[in-house]
Every structure is written in structure tokens, then in C-alpha cells.
Design a protein around this ligand. Structure first.
Ligand code: AAT
Length: 278
């Protein structure tokens, strides 16, 4: 292969390689190694500890699916919290919803937001909206302190390593439950069904014990391991499969549609087996 390539070692036996045009920025933040590179096929790409977080070319698959599924499930979401997500992609999607009065971003690493503002304007463009509040703190601590505050909570976190480990724990989900309003709901990115089956099964079981409604849905994310990604949803009242589409807002999107929302909950047998296994 000619030229300079970046390879993410996605599993011990699998790498995803992208050809680079140039490295735009590289630094060690207090939390992680951060790089922004320009790729040939996906445009600009954000790396944290050599793991692909997002690319301009495929970010909309992920950001639209993690945001609009919960926001359209709630009939009138006014307050939303994003944990992680310092690139701003989820915030950009949240503020498309006319009912939103306040969107809070809780990101542990201020350098992610600063670099997204400088190098990823297509993704971070919503961060200056008047409804958005940005707090640089640990999302685990934030939900511990909140009660009856949010309609929707979205956990857009790094993989369960380092500061994100606690974002995948049952204790965290119980605190999320408390931080939600009485009819609130939450979604978290929960990794690859091909490579993280046991993690997904454990999370779904934890959620089923805490929330009356617990569901798994899937979407394609080309740059994440395996290309198929999972999202886990816990809801106090509203079922994501019973959205009244006549009342849902008209959204300008590139991936998400009501039919894709419904279809995302249809699980292939190999994923259903992950959930059913004892
Ligand atoms: N929008 C897709 C990008 C991400 S980045 C996830 C963010 O979570 C990072 O900026 C990281 O700094 C932040 N983060 C990690 N732990 C915490 C925490 N405890 N509190 C608040 N923020 C945190 C998701 C990429 C998914 C990659 C899948 N392979």
C-alpha cells in the first residue's frame, strides 16, 4: 500500500485502515491521546487513543440514530443530556427538535470540544446554539447528582476503557433512571454485536431490571468495528416501537427516517441469540 495509512486495531485479529492525506493536529490531553487527521475516503477523522471516534464522511449514521430514536420516542422532549459526545454531533441532531428548550453536554475532556470546534465545524456547529450548555465534568458524577431533571439522556461515550468504564455499569444506569423525569428515557451506544455480545447481554439484563421498557436497536456505522453497531434503550413509559408518527417533527436527515427507526429494532437471529442466551 503506497502513501501513509492509519490502522485501527479493532480486535486482536482485525484492523480497519484508512489512507491519510495529512495529520492536522496531535496532542496528549489530561485524559487521552487526541489526533485529527484528513483521510482520503471519509474526510476529517477524530482519533482518541488511536480509536476512531467519528469521521465527517460517516458520522451522520451514528449521530442521527443515537439522537432521533429516543427524541422521537418521547412525545415532547424539552430537556436533553448528552454524556461524552464532545465532537458535538449528537447536540447538532438534538437541536433539530423544535420542542427542545435545553440541551446539556457533559464531556470529561475539554480538549475534545476545542478541537472539534477548530477542525470539525460540520459536526460541532450546533454547540453555539443558545439552548446548549456545555459542562466539562465526569458524566458519572453528573448523573449521580441529578434527580428528576431530563426528558432524554444520551450516552455517546468512548469504548468501556479508562474514564468510560463506569458509563457501562448497573450503578450508572440506576443513577440515569433517577436523573430522568417520571416519563423519561435514555439511550447508550453499546458496541458491536459481532465482537461484544457478552457486554450487550449484560447491559440489556441490567436495563431490564431497572427500566419497565428495555430494548436493543442496530445501525450501520462504517468506521466502527464490524460495521454494525448496537444501541441500548431504557424507558420509563414510552415504547420506541409505538411512536405516533403523525405527531413527530419533520426532520432534515441523511440516514434516519421513521421506517429506519422501526426497522432498527428488528434483530437478526444471531443478535436475538445473544440476548436469549443463559
Ligand atoms: N460522537 C462519537 C464520538 C464519541 S467520543 C466519546 C467522548 O466521551 C469522548 O470525547 C470522551 O472524552 C468522552 N468521555 C469518556 N468518558 C467520559 C465520562 N466519564 N464522562 C464524560 N465524557 C466522557 C464516541 C465514540 C464511540 C467509539 C466506538 N468505537
Amino acid at each position: 500500500m503506497q502513501g501513509i495509512w492509519f490502522s485501527e486495531l479493532q480486535t486482536p485479529g482485525l484492523a480497519l485502515s484508512v489512507k491519510l492525506k495529512k495529520t492536522l493536529h496531535h496532542e496528549k490531553t489530561p485524559y487521552q491521546d487526541l489526533a485529527v487527521v484528513e483521510t482520503e475516503s471519509y474526510g476529517r477523522m477524530l482519533l482518541l487513543d488511536n480509536i476512531i471516534q467519528t469521521t465527517v464522511g460517516d458520522e451522520f449514521f451514528y449521530h442521527e440514530m443515537i439522537a432521533h430514536v429516543p427524541l422521537n420516542t418521547h412525545p415532547n422532549p424539552r430537556t436533553a443530556l448528552v454524556i461524552g459526545g464532545g465532537d458535538g454531533g449528537v447536540i447538532r441532531e438534538i437541536i433539530k427538535h423544535p420542542s427542545i428548550e435545553k440541551a446539556t453536554l457533559v464531556e470529561i475532556d475539554a480538549r475534545v470540544v476545542a478541537n472539534a470546534r477548530e477542525y470539525l465545524p460540520e459536526i460541532s456547529c450546533g454547540l453555539d446554539d443558545a439552548r446548549v450548555e456545555i459542562r466539562f465534568e465526569d458524566g458519572i458524577e453528573h448523573v449521580r447528582q441529578m434527580e428528576n431533571t431530563y426528558d432524554v439522556i444520551i450516552v455517546d461515550s468512548t469504548d468501556p476503557i479508562g474514564p468510560a468504564v463506569g458509563l457501562f455499569s448497573a450503578e450508572f444506569y440506576r443513577n440515569v433512571y433517577r436523573a430522568l423525569k417520571p416519563d423519561g428515557l435514555f439511550v447508550a451506544q453499546t458496541e458491536s454485536p459481532l465482537f461484544n455480545g457478552r457486554l450487550i447481554r449484560r447491559i440489556q439484563r441490567d436495563l431490564a431490571e431497572i427500566f419497565p421498557i428495555a430494548r436493543l436497536y442496530l445501525a450501520t456505522v462504517p468506521t466502527y468495528p464490524g460495521g454494525l453497531w448496537s444501541f441500548s434503550l431504557g424507558s420509563k413509559e414510552y415504547d420506541p416501537l409505538e411512536v405516533d408518527w403523525k405527531k413527530a417533527p419533520q426532520l432534515v436527515t441523511r440516514f434516519y427516517t421513521p421506517a429506519i427507526h422501526q426497522g432498527a429494532f428488528a434483530l437478526p437471529p444471531f443478535v436475538q441469540e445473544i440476548l436469549d442466551k443463559r
